[in-house]
Design a protein around this ligand. Sequence first.
Ligand code: FAD
Length: 468
Amino acid sequence: GSGDFHGEVVVLGSGPGGYTAAFRAADLGKKVILIEKYDTLGGVCLNVGCIPSKALLHASKVITETEEMSEHGITFGKPKVNADDLREWKNGVVGKLTGGLAGMAKQRKVTVVNGYGTFTGANSIAVETEEGKKTVTFDQCIIAAGSEPVKLPFIPHDDERVVDSTGALELNPIPKKMIVLGGGIIGFEMATVYDALGADVTVVEMMDQILPGADKDIVKPLHKRMEGRLAAIKLKTKVTAVEAQKQGLKVTFEDEKGETSTEVFDKMLVSVGRTPNGAKIAAHQAGVKVTDRGFIEVDHQQRTNVPHIFAIGDVVGQPMLAHKAVHEGKVAAEVASGEKRAFDARVIPSVAYTDPEVAWCGVTENEAKARGMKIEKGVFPWAASGRALSNGRSEGITKLIFDPEDDRVIGGAIVGTNAGDLISEVALAIEMGADAVDLGHTIHPHPTLSETVNFAAEMFEGTITDLI
Ligand code: FAD
C-alpha cells in the first residue's frame, strides 16, 4: 500500500556491517532498503565508537607527547583544554563521515528508511517512523543490528555521573576524579583520554591484567606507562556496590583476598562489555533463532537458520569489531546477490588505540598454552630500533608466533606507537601463508617501525646481524 516499501535486499541497521552490505548489494544490482533508527548512518562505529574515540585519542596523544618532550629538552606550557571546542571538532569529524555515507547511499539509490524496525513475518519488517508505522517487505534480509553497552544491576545507571562509552565521549564534564569500570579496550582508551585531559583516573579490572585478550608481555609496556600516569590500576578487583551520594559516587571494591575498601568519585565509566541487539528485533517472528545471550547464529556464508535472512557484525558474535562487521557485510551482500562467497578470513586483528598502542592477530601465546599447541616465537624489543629510539618511544615489543613444523607465521602481537598500523603486515603474512624467511628477506625501509616485524622474523631465524 501507500507509504510501504519493498526491497530485494533489506538491511536492518546502518553500522559498518549494514552500510557495507547495503552498498555492496546495490553495486551488484539489487534494489536495496536500509533501515536505521538514528538520524545519521554509520552506527556505533562512526557516531559513538571507533571514530570519535580516535579523534579524542589523537588530541590526548598530542598532550601527553608534548608533556613528555620536556625530558628531551623542549618544554611547552600546560595545555588549556577547551572541552566545548574539542567536542565540536570531534563531532565535525563524525559529521564529515556520516554525511559522506548519506551521499554514498543516495548515489547508489539505496533507500534509507529512518525508524525502529521489528520483524513481523518471514518477509516483512514494521518500522516506527516519524510519519507512523511503515511496512518494509523483502526478498532477502541482512540483519546488522549491532550491540549496546552492558548494564550492571548494582550500578545506578540513571545517575548522570554514571556514563557508558557514548556518555564518556561527550566530555561533559571532565571530572576531577574518575573511575573506569573494566580495563578492556574501550575502558582503557577512554581512561587514556580522560587522563590526558586532566582527570585523576582509576581503572578497575576483575582479571589479572588489563586488555585480557592480549598476552601479558605485550600489555606490560602499556601498563607500566599508564601506571605512572593514572591514579591507580586495580587488578583482580571487583566493584561490588556503587552508591549515588550528593558529594559523589561511593564505590565499594573487593580485592582478591576478599578485603573491601571504598572511595568516592565524580564520574564513573562503565565499560564491562557489549551485548548484542538480537533479542530486540522480534527475530522469532521471522523464524530466526536467537541465542539466550542475544546473538544470532550464522553459517560461513552469514546465513541464519532462515535461508533468505543473513546476519553480520556485532549481532553474530565476537570479536565485536568494525572491520569484522565490514568483511561479513561484503560476504552477506555477495551471497545474497548470487555470488560464491564465504567468510574464510584466517585472522581478525584486534587493536587498543591506547598510548602505546597494543595490537594482536592470530594465535596468541595465551591461546597456544590453553590449546596445548606447540609454537615458536621471534621477539624484537624496540629498545634496539633506531626509529623507536629517535621517536623517544622505545618501550615497544614486536612478537611473531610461528608454527614449528613449517616456520609459517600463525600469530603476532605488537605494543608500541602505531602498533595498530603495523599489525596489518602480520595479518597479510598469515593470510598468505608466509614463513619466517619471507618476512626476514623482504626489504623493509630503514629507519621505520615496520622493520621491527622484519627483525622479529630474523630473531627467530637467528640471522639478525646488527640492531639499529
Ligand atoms: P553497529 O555499529 O552497532 O550498528 C548497528 C546499527 O543498527 C545502529 O546504528 C543502530 O541504531 C541500528 N539498529 C539496531 N537495531 C535497530 C532496529 N531495530 N531498527 C533500526 N535500526 C536499528 N571497533 C573497531 O574495529 N575499532 C575501534 O577502534 C572501535 N572503537 C570502538 C569504540 C567505542 C567507544 C565503541 C563503543 C565501540 C568501538 N568499536 C571499535 C566497535 C565497533 O563500533 C563495532 O564493532 C561496530 O560498530 C559494529 O558494527 P555493526 O554494523 O555490527 O553494528
